[in-house]
Design a protein around this ligand. Sequence first.
Ligand SMILES: CC(C)=CCC/C(C)=C/COP(=O)(O)O
Length: 286
Amino acid sequence: MPSPKAKNPGRSGGSPVLGSSNGRYEFMSLTKPLNRSSPPHLLQRQGSDPTTARLRASESPTRRRGSGSSTGSASGQGPPEEDGIRLNPSLIRVALSSLLAIDLWLSKQLGVCACEDSSWGSVRPLMKLLEISGHGIPWLAGTAYCLYKSDSAAGQEVMLNLFMGLLLDLILVGIVKAVVRRRRPAHNRMDMFATFSVDRYSFPSGHATRAAMCGRFLLAHLVLAAPLRVLVLLWVGLVGLSRVMLGRHNVTDVMFGFWMGYCQYNLVEMLWLSPQTLQGLLGQSA
Ligand SMILES: CC(C)=CCC/C(C)=C/COP(=O)(O)O
């Protein structure tokens, strides 16, 4: 026989939980005491006909609301607002796991250069070239070299801030990778050069963060000619695409990486080291 608890959800009785009776799940109140004085004919009606009870439970919220009874519980019709509160988290969970499934499926489909035998295996060397173009070492080395070679104060200022931005990027990406610990796609071959231990994780793509941050930096401070600006944007997009095509990342790793790199540039601007700040810092340490 179904539990009378399950048949007595109260609108004002606190949040409902799912109660089970005879394998069926229905709403019941956690805080409101059981209404033992319910009219016997109602209890009998609810308890005696499981099919009717199931139909009532599946009624639309509109219909239940429209019953016009402030004690909807008495007729076995649960409070609609509270139903919604209970259902939302599972809806979000379902939406998230669907997104994740799409992400994994799409990443696998796009991972066409994951190894030489893959369908686009012949393009792999080109993708690896893009990988090197977005790697931290050439960027750090190139920026340090330009900083050393620059003979104008303005040039040194820009290069120094780019260098600081690159270091900041490595630190932030390392932290997020260590916290999230998402494994790289199963079809990835881990043959990247010069990696840190956190680089066995894939979220977010360090190449994508760097490409987005450096892309914005170049557009704001160094590259002014329109055709070159288009090239910079193209390079950023291709670096991101190559991460998925090489099988290094899922699509969401790259999307999040782009967003994170975009925000990192804002941070670089906020923390911008001017010659005065530098002189102040150097003066303090001297
Ligand atoms: C050794 C240095 C200075 C940087 C490591 C750069 C690197 C290998 C990042 C990983 O990028 P993905 O997360 O896109 O695979």
